[in-house]
Design a protein around this ligand. Structure first.
Ligand SMILES: [Zn+2]
Ligand SMILES: [Zn+2]
Length: 429
């Protein structure tokens, strides 16, 4: 039995001993051809005896598709390959056990690499620097909201009126993302040059122990019965339609990235801010964002969305946050491309005009140009820095970044405490 070499070299499946987990596992086995599968289990209520029973159950279930199946019950504290992720759990779970299951699946004689085949099935696309896309080449900024609800689900405003309101407010693009329901673009009157993206908020079950998932799905055209579908099936279905899946308001959903998100693959990025969730004190998902990028060793772009439910006169969740995208034309394709490649930023007020990073060896310096700001935070994979001018407002800042960082992103804080979130820059290139 060889030792696993690292988190992303294996497929990690958190389990509780219920039927959903077993069916998820069986789906996974369908994806695997020749691989090792490691399973771990989290929970404080399961003693070793119960885990042993679960292990026997799994051995039995997998017996018909696997050969050379060995099962090892481990105390998670002692397993080297899990220790990077156990660290985050020690404080919230009194006990930690893991099941380590090594299965050699016999459907194919061709060895395949799980890292490529499953965890990283969507090899990350390098992000684009939106500030390098110049006006002279025909690029311009467009403003949009990718998450709102209408009377087609639990919104207060009918679809046409919702669209008209965002048009009047000067937005350039919008997605009517009702819960589990697509509003067809041709069912409303869309002004010329306005980009209405078809989509929905989908809620697949969460077999990993957390609350039901909330995914903002853009550019999908077929409703699906997602409530009973495993989350990976929903994500795959959206991607097969040419759509995008964005992890919505992770703080409000009490998402734990390790438990609920890391087992899944195929996301376009994360909703870093959600206006309506701010009213419950859970509007910002930046810690989840950083956590996710650190755990996966890659960068993800962000969206800032209203998640509008009310009417404008409610003065609650309309026009409070938005996403700016850098495009050459006003089309769904151009906006989606900008979002997926991070040629965008999110904001509740400040504008980002440019971010220029110069690197020399392990050191890096940045110059940020923006609308009036009081502070700029450079958030890196470890630590970070702050730029300020003693509380005075400024529109340009040059400062050093921490050495040896893998990535950096910037938060620009405006005069009123409003904020803009740049997308991360991968410093390893
Ligand atoms: Zn939601
Ligand atoms: Zn929503």
């Amino acid at each position: 039995m060889s030792e696993p070499s690292g988190l992303l070299d294996e497929c990690l499946v958190p389990l509780t001993s219920n039927d959903d987990d077993l069916s998820l596992l069986l789906e996974l086995t369908a994806l695997l051809h020749d691989a090792q599968l490691y399973l771990f289990h989290l929970g404080q209520s399961h003693g070793p005896q119960k885990l042993h029973l679960l292990g026997e159950e799994l051995t039995h279930t997998l017996g018909h598709v696997a050969q050379n199946l060995t099962l090892q019950l481990l105390d998670g504290w002692g397993t080297g390959f899990l220790s990077p992720i156990i660290g985050g759990w020690r404080s919230s779970f009194g006990f930690f056990y893991s099941i380590q299951l090594h299965a050699r699946f016999c459907r194919s004689s061709t060895p395949r690499n799980l890292t490529q085949e499953f965890m990283m099935a969507d090899a990350p696309r390098p992000l684009v620097d939106p500030y390098a896309l110049s006006d002279s080449d025909g690029y311009f900024w467009v403003k949009g909201n990718l998450h709102c609800h209408t009377t087609n689900s639990d919104g207060r405003v009918p679809p046409q009126q919702r669209l008209d309101q965002y048009v009047e407010q000067g937005y350039d693009f919008l997605c009517l993302s009702d819960h589990r329901k697509i509003t067809p673009v041709d069912s409303v009157d869309v002004p010329k040059d306005f980009v209405l993206i078809e989509g929905a908020e989908l809620h697949p079950a969460n077999p990993f122990g957390g609350q039901v998932h909330h995914f903002v799905c853009l550019n999908i055209h077929q409703d699906m019965e997602c409530g009973k579908m495993p989350p990976q099936h929903v994500i795959d279905n959206v991607n097969e339609q040419g759509g995008q899946v964005w992890l919505a308001h992770p703080h409000w959903s009490s998402i734990n990235i390790i438990r609920d998100t890391l087992p899944l693959t195929g996301f376009s990025g994360i909703e870093v801010f959600n206006s309506t969730c701010r009213f419950m004190g859970r509007g910002e998902g930046s810690v989840h964002w950083d956590d996710w990028m650190s755990l996966e060793g890659r960068v993800y772009p962000c969206l800032a969305n209203d998640d509008t439910h009310g009417a404008p006169e409610d003065n609650r969740d309309t026009y409070e946050s938005w996403t700016m995208a850098r495009v050459k034309e006003r089309t769904t394709e151009a906006v989606l491309e900008a979002l997926a490649t991070g040629a965008s930023y999110g904001s509740t007020g400040p504008e980002i005009h440019s971010i220029e990073i110069t690197r020399e060896g392990n050191t890096a310096e940045v110059t940020v140009k923006c609308s009036e700001a009081r502070r700029i935070h450079a958030i890196q994979d470890v630590y970070g820095t702050e730029y300020r001018e003693g509380g005075e407002l400024f529109t340009e800042a040059t400062f050093s970044l921490r050495n040896n960082a893998k990535w950096v992103r910037f938060e620009i804080i405006g005069a009123q405490g409003d904020k803009a979130w740049s997308n991360p820059v991968d410093l390893r290139d």
